[in-house]
Design a binder for this molecule. Sequence first.
Ligand SMILES: [Zn+2]
Length: 56
Amino acid sequence: MQCKKCSAKLEVQRQCRRVFMRCTGCNRVYQIHEVAGDLDPETEKILEKYTVIIYD
Ligand SMILES: [Zn+2]
């Protein structure tokens, strides 16, 4: 996943029970629903893992 602003890499982050994406370049935070249409397979895999943790 790339940031729409600066094209740096987005990282999946978890805080309490919420998961979001944070840009490693400009630190912009994206909610998952904001980027849901652009998720790449790698990110989807990571999110699947988090979903298991959250809803376990
Ligand atoms: Zn950025």
